[in-house]
Design a binder for this molecule. Structure first.
Ligand code: SAH
Length: 195
C-alpha cells in the first residue's frame, strides 16, 4: 500500500472519530432551549467555509482524486506527524465538548441557564474547540497528498475563526459582563501563552 493511501485512510478514520465525538452533543443540543441566538449571514458563511474546508473538499478529493494537478507524494514521516496531530485534535475536541456540556452550540447562541465555563481546557485558552479545528486542519495538510485538499482545512478554519471570534467574545461579554472580562484577562484565545 502506498504512503499516500495510508495518509488518506488515516484522515478518513479521523473524520469518523470527529463525528462519533460530536454526534451525541448534537442530539442532546436539540433538547436544550436557546435563550438568544446571533445567527447572521457572516455566521452562515463561517460555518459553510469550515464544513467545506475541513470536510467536503477533502472528502471529494479522497473519493474522486480531483484536483489531480495538485497531487504530490507524501513521505512516511508526514503521515506519522499527521496522525499524531489528528489524535491530539480529537483529544482536545472531546474534552471541550465534555466541559461545555449543555452550553455547547454549533453556532453563536446562548442556552437557557447558560453557564460560563473556565475549567478544563477552558482554563488554558478561551477557544479550545477552535484550537482543535486548527490542529485538524494541520493534520489534514500532513495526511492528504494534494495541495488543494490538504490546505483547504487551514483555510476553512481561518475563515470560521476570524469571522466568528470577535462576535463570539462580544456576545459572551454582553451576557457575562465583568466575569467574562476577567476571564479574558487571564487567558489567550487559541494558543496557550501566545495568542
Ligand atoms: N469558542 C469556544 C466554544 C465553541 S462552541 C471554543 O472554541 O471552545 C460555540 C458556543 O459556545 C457559543 O455559541 C457560546 O454560547 C459557547 N461558549 C463559548 N465559550 C464559552 C465559555 N467559556 N463558557 C460557556 N459557553 C461558551
Amino acid at each position: 500500500m502506498s504512503v499516500n493511501i495510508i495518509g488518506e485512510i488515516v484522515w478518513v478514520l479521523g473524520i469518523i472519530a470527529w463525528y462519533i465525538i460530536r454526534y451525541p452533543f448534537e442530539r442532546r443540543g436539540r433538547r436544550v432551549p436557546v435563550a438568544s441566538s446571533r445567527r447572521s449571514v457572516s455566521e452562515r458563511v463561517a460555518l459553510a467555509a469550515a464544513l467545506a474546508g475541513l470536510a467536503i473538499v477533502p472528502a471529494f478529493y479522497v473519493a474522486t482524486g480531483i484536483p489531480k494537478a495538485a497531487d504530490h507524494s507524501l513521505p512516511l514521516w508526514a503521515v506519522v506527524i499527521g496522525a499524531a496531530i489528528f489524535c491530539l485534535a480529537m483529544w482536545v475536541f472531546r474534552r471541550t465538548h465534555k466541559q461545555l456540556g449543555r452550553n455547547w452550540s454549533i453556532t453563536l447562541e446562548i442556552r437557557q441557564k447558560h453557564e460560563l465555563i473556565c475549567a478544563g481546557p477552558y482554563a488554558h485558552v478561551r477557544h479550545p474547540m477552535y484550537t482543535s479545528f486548527l490542529l485538524m486542519g494541520l493534520a489534514q495538510a500532513f495526511l492528504l497528498p494534494n495541495w488543494v485538499a490538504g490546505l483547504a482545512g487551514i483555510v476553512g478554519f481561518a475563515v470560521l475563526f476570524f469571522l466568528r471570534v470577535d462576535k463570539e467574545e462580544r456576545m459572551m461579554l454582553d451576557v457575562f459582563g465583568p466575569q467574562y472580562r476577567a476571564y479574558m484577562d487571564k487567558t489567550k484565545r487559541i494558543i496557550p501563552y501566545l495568542y
